[in-house]
Design a protein around this ligand. Structure first.
Ligand code: HPA
Length: 272
């Protein structure tokens, strides 16, 4: 981890980013509009594994958005690619070490709740870890706690800010519970019915490990899912990754405006 942190410090020099943005499938373009941007490929960061998924650029980008210094992960590591939990969460740990205390995490997800249609945005109120794994298993990493409280994994004030920004922009922002699964198969219709019974509103294959590590380190977290498809069995149509990426790209504008508004609000101190 020290090598990773040193390399990021060497690359980004004096920039003191305040907010970490984790940009999921098809959502990476927001970091392309950073002002004074500097970027480094995941492949060039010591300790980072190589990204493999289509639609993911795999870069760390630092720059200003709405006057706030931000650091973005344009792409992320998934367990289903075969990466260890350590690789999946190293970027979060290293970026927290740079002094970043707030994380906005985004993902593409399938709508389990019938009211969530392709293109909907959902504020994550809570999650259910259905990966069967936990990144904190093992010796406690320095600066983390053994038994982190997860009562408010997703920060209440940041959620209020996101809802206020969405209302102001006239953007529909649903809210619900994110179910994080291992993947890489999409769910069967029977699994989707099970998830519905469990109280899952949107289902995906990321986010949960990153949020667990961020909370163990005391970071404040905001999560937003872009619903790229109705989950399996709901419409009767088959699911494809290409469709997921296309919906992500089509919704990128509304999504980007919302995130910008939230970051502007954080910069103005509205969430404190
Ligand atoms: N299931 C799991 N992960 C996903 C989905 C889905 O339907 N859509 C986008 N990511």
């Amino acid at each position: 981890m020290k090598l990773t942190v040193d390399a990021l410090r060497a690359k980004f020099g004096t920039a003191k980013p305040h907010v970490l943005l984790v940009l999921g499938s098809g959502l990476g373009s927001l970091a392309d509009s950073f002002l004074n941007a500097q970027a480094i490929d995941f492949a060039d960061v010591p300790g980072f594994a190589r990204a493999a998924v289509v639609g993911h650029k795999g870069r760390v980008v630092v720059g200003d958005l709405e006057g706030v210094s931000c650091i973005a992960l344009q792409g992320r590591y998934h367990l289903y690619e075969g990466h260890s939990l350590e690789s999946v969460t190293l970027p979060i740990r290293a970026i927290h070490q740079l002094g970043v205390d707030t994380m906005i995490v985004t993902n593409a997800a399938g709508g389990v709740n019938r009211s969530l249609r392709a293109g909907s945005l959902m504020l994550i109120d809570d999650h259910i870890n259905l990966t069967g794994r936990n990144p904190l298993v093992g010796p406690v990493v320095e600066g983390e706690t053994r038994f982190p409280d997860m009562t408010e994994a997703y920060d209440l004030k940041l959620r209020s800010l996101a809802l206020a920004v969405a209302a102001e922009q006239g953007v529909a922002l649903a809210r619900g519970v994110y179910g994080g699964l291992l993947g890489p198969t999409y769910e069967t219709p029977a699994e989707v019915r099970m998830l519905e019974i469990l109280g899952v509103d949107a289902v995906g294959m990321s986010t949960v490990p990153e949020v667990i590590v961020a909370r163990a380190r005391g970071m404040r977290v905001l999560g937003i899912s872009l619903i790229t498809n109705e989950a399996a069995g709901i419409t009767g149509e088959n699911l494809s990754h290409t469709d997921v990426v296309t919906v992500g790209n089509n919704a990128a504008d509304a999504f980007g405006r919302l995130i910008r508004g939230v970051i502007g609000g954080i910069g103005a101190g509205h969430d404190y």
